[in-house]
Each structure stands twice: as structure tokens, then as C-alpha cells.
Design a protein around this ligand. Structure first.
Ligand code: C2O
Ligand code: CU
Length: 474
């Protein structure tokens, strides 16, 4: 380790560093294998907290969130999924650029994994960053029931922090008996903002405190695993620096408007220097929805002596991943229009090869949304777009609806290059971009990963209601 440590290295860390230093010149870099087993099964979890009973959930290895998988960049990740829930399932590795056959989309990249069956996922984790995993079968129900977890790919040389913490954000729609309400993908949710819950959790717990030490530097990895809730987080007197979007390095900068906006599926890495006084409390407030602000979690300083007096000077910028830079001048442009939803102006859409009025589509088929005039339901996975492998592409996207949509592309990372025609001021890589109502967003990427890839809204009720398409790269 050549970087100046901001904490005294422990003996173990010191030895590991010394050993690595001694070996590196001799041994070539060997990909480490990282093996895991995830059992999707019914479980119980204290979602609502006392005095409510535990909630019956579906969980990986019995916990909500599922176990955080932490691997080194370049590692081969091997995960055996065993399905013990009363439905088929699959795992999608959200944000990971992997071979198509490992992407976890039933009827597109693999067969659904039936109850009692197994599937082995294996891929190289070539990008470092904060990713996550969840089913891609009945996602609006299975993710809501608790099937999700974090996948952390560690940098070769991570920034020096005192703690590296994941907060998986979710909300739940619970009944008065703390059961998960069974009204999945009802027509109201599908045609409006999606399924918003009445209990918000951080790592499966509602209203817990987050203890910190004075002077501590924390890397906070936020993952929005909610079906539909968008978070707009304020950190009180703290001034977090944003260092990664959807796992990918971004030039460190303070939060725009002092607020971190995170749509479903999206991630953010923050570096937070905790500079408060002994015993102080900082409420992290979510005020995304007007007039519905609430405290997400309290950051609570301990009473002890500070870890350090001044903020550490160690750099916080992350090393960039090796992403192919799109050639904007030569890129092929595809106009993509999202339409539908309540208060929309889309009168009709094509569904299963036939153009029908939106009203009929909603009432008869639960479809409320369309991409370029097409509503896609079930496992209709005919490609909507054909991209030539290796080509630079621009998607000029237009949200012609009255709602927010976090738009996610599988198998690739893209740059957000403009919003409403205004070029981006930073290089911002993502796999999911939040579009405001009526907003236009241009993204650019190199279509370098062959296969059939999902392209959909990550409000899972919108996805179920037609807002998806397949992009073929060949
Ligand atoms: Cu996180 Cu297609 O999904
Ligand atoms: Cu949407």
C-alpha cells in the first residue's frame, strides 16, 4: 500500500499489505474464485418492528436483505441459486456487464428456475462498484417480498475510509397485521407511480439509529431496492461527496441541491466525514415527495473522544472502470419515446401485434405503458432494437408521460450525455437513469456486449404494465 493510511493499520492489514507487496512482482494476477450459495425461501423478518409481529417474507438465506456478496474486482463469481419459494424465480445481477446467458432473465437468457430447482451463475466481476441482485421473474412481487441483496465489487485500491457501509433502501406495503399486502400490480399502481409502501427500511429495519464515531470517514453505498419509491435524501449538517453513480466512478462532488435523488434500481456511493459533536444526532430526511417528508434514519455520534480532529486528507476519488467510450460523432441515434400512464396523452398502443386503445389495454391486460408505441407484456421478447456489435449508440429518450421513470439497460453501462438538450457537465456513467416527467435524456454507450438485453423501467409495476423492450446486440 503506497497510499497514506488515515487510520493506524492493524497488524493483520499490515501483514496482508507486506505479503502482497512481496508477491506481486513475482506472481501474475490470478483471478480469485468467489463461491456463494443463495437459497430463496420463505422466512420471517421484523420489518415493522415492535409491537408488530414479524412479517412473512421471501428471502435469500433467511435474511432481508440477502447476504451482501463482496468480491474482489476480477474475481470469478459463482453463485448457486436454490429455489424454495412457491413460484419460479431467477437472479439478475443488476449493473454487472456479464455474458448474456448469466443475466438472469427468464425466457430470454435462461429457463425460469422452478421450485426445487437450481441454477449456477458464473461470471467475472470486471467492474468494481456497488451493484445488487434480485429476481427477474415476477419482479414486482418477488422483490417486494424481500428477494434482493447487494453485490459489492471491491476496487484494487479502494479509498481509505474507516468504514465501508451498505444501506439497502426499501419500502413495504404492510397491512395492520404487518403482512405484505397482496395487491401486487393492481391497476392503480400500474398506471400511476407504482407500488409505494407505508414502511421504509434501511437494511430491512425501520427507524433504526446509525451510530458513528466523531471524525469518522464512512463510505456509504446506497442501493434503492424499492419497487417504486424514489428517495430524495438530505443529510443535515453533513456534506457528503458523491463518488460513484451506479457503481462507476464520478469526479467527487457535493450533492446537487444538497439532496441525493435515487430512483429504483439506482445506486450512489458517498464519502461522509462525520464532524459532529459528542452525542449529536443528525436526521437523514427523505423529502422526495412533496409534503411527505420523514426521517429515514438518525446518524448518532458516540460520546467518546474523536477519531481525529480534522477531516482526513486522503483522496476519495475512485479509479474508473474500463468502460468503452462511445464515439459521439459517429454514434447511431435512436429516438425512444416513453408513453402512457394516467394523465398521459397516449391514446392507443400496439400489444401482441394489434393496436388497441389504452383503456382497453389497461382493463383487459393490465398494460398502461408503451415504448415507441408498443406495450410489452409477459414473455414477448422479440427485439425492438437491433444494434450492431461494437457500434457507438445514442438513445435520445423522451419521457412523454406525467410520471418519473428510472430507465435501466442490461449488460452495459451508459453515459448520461444530456438532459433536455443541455450537455452534462460531468462524465456520468450509469445503468439506470431517472427521467423526470416530460424530460428528455440522452444516453450514449458502445453496444459491445452481444446478446438480447432488457431495457425497461425499474418501477416494477411499470415494467409489468408494458414498459419494457429487448435490445439485441449482434
Ligand atoms: Cu434491476 Cu431488469 O433489472
Ligand atoms: Cu416507469
Amino acid at each position: 500500500m503506497t497510499k497514506r493510511a488515515i487510520t493506524a493499520p492493524t497488524r493483520r492489514r499490515f501483514l496482508a499489505g507486506a505479503a502482497a507487496g512481496a508477491l506481486l512482482p513475482l506472481a501474475p494476477r490470478v483471478a480469485v474464485a468467489s463461491e456463494h450459495r443463495l437459497v430463496a425461501a420463505p422466512a420471517r423478518a421484523a420489518i415493522a418492528g415492535a409491537p408488530y409481529p414479524e412479517t412473512e417474507v421471501w428471502a435469500y438465506n433467511g435474511s432481508v436483505p440477502g447476504p451482501p456478496l463482496r468480491v474482489k474486482r476480477g474475481a470469478t463469481v459463482k453463485v448457486t441459486l436454490a429455489n424454495e419459494v412457491a413460484d419460479a424465480t431467477s437472479i439478475h445481477w443488476h449493473g454487472i456487464r456479464l455474458p448474456n446467458a448469466m443475466d438472469g432473465v427468464p425466457h430470454l437468457t435462461q429457463k425460469p428456475v422452478g421450485r426445487g430447482e437450481r441454477f449456477v451463475y458464473e461470471f467475472a466481476a470486471n467492474d468494481s462498484g456497488t451493484f445488487w441482485y434480485h429476481p427477474h421473474w415476477q419482479s414486482h412481487e418477488q422483490v417486494e417480498r424481500g428477494l434482493y441483496g447487494a453485490l459489492i465489487v471491491e476496487e484494487d485500491a479502494p479509498p481509505e475510509v474507516d468504514r465501508d457501509v451498505v444501506w439497502m433502501l426499501d419500502d413495504w406495503r404492510l397491512t395492520a397485521e404487518a403482512r405484505i399486502a397482496g395487491d401486487f400490480a393492481n391497476l392503480f399502481d400500474v398506471s400511476h407511480a407504482g407500488r409505494l409502501g407505508n414502511r421504509v427500511t434501511v437494511n430491512g429495519k425501520a427507524g433504526a439509529d446509525f451510530p458513528v464515531r466523531r471524525g469518522e470517514r464512512i463510505r456509504l453505498r446506497l442501493v434503492n431496492a424499492a419497487n417504486a419509491r424514489i428517495f430524495g435524501l438530505r443529510f443535515g449538517a453533513l456534506s457528503p461527496q458523491l463518488v460513484a453513480t451506479d457503481g462507476h466512478a464520478i469526479a467527487p462532488h457535493p450533492l446537487g441541491g444538497n439532496r441525493l435523488v435515487l430512483g429504483p434500481g439506482m445506486r450512489a456511493d458517498l464519502v461522509v466525514d462525520c464532524h459532529g459533536g459528542p452525542g449529536e444526532r443528525v436526521a437523514v430526511v427523505d423529502d422526495f415527495y412533496p409534503r411527505q417528508a420523514y426521517r429515514l434514519i438518525d446518524i448518532v455520534y458516540d460520546a467518546g473522544p474523536p477519531l481525529r480532529e480534522a477531516a482526513p486528507r486522503a483522496p476519495i476519488a475512485l479509479a474508473p472502470n474500463d468502460l468503452p467510450a462511445p464515439d459521439l460523432a459517429a454514434a447511431e441515434r435512436h429516438a425512444i419515446k416513453f408513453g402512457g400512464g394516467m394523465m398521459g396523452r397516449l391514446a392507443e398502443a400496439e400489444f401482441r401485434g394489434k393496436v388497441r386503445p389504452m383503456r382497453e389495454l389497461l382493463l383487459e391486460h393490465g398494460m398502461a405503458w408503451a415504448i415507441n408505441g408498443k406495450a410489452v407484456g409477459g414473455h414477448d421478447h422479440a427485439p425492438a432494437l437491433h444494434l450492431k456489435r461494437g457500434r457507438s449508440c445514442v438513445f435520445a429518450m423522451e419521457n412523454d408521460t406525467a410520471w418519473h421513470h428510472p430507465i435501466h439497460l442490461h449488460g452495459h453501462a451508459f453515459r448520461v450525455i444530456a438532459r433536455d438538450g443541455v450537455p452534462a457537465s460531468r462524465v456520468e456513467w450509469r445503468d439506470t437513469v431517472l427521467m423526470n416527467p416530460r424530460e428528455r435524456v440522452d444516453i450514449a454507450f458502445v453496444a459491445d456486449n452481444p446478446g438480447d438485453w432488457m431495457f425497461h423501467c425499474h418501477v416494477l409495476e411499470h415494467q409489468a404494465g408494458g414498459m419494457m423492450a429487448v435490445v439485441r446486440v449482434a
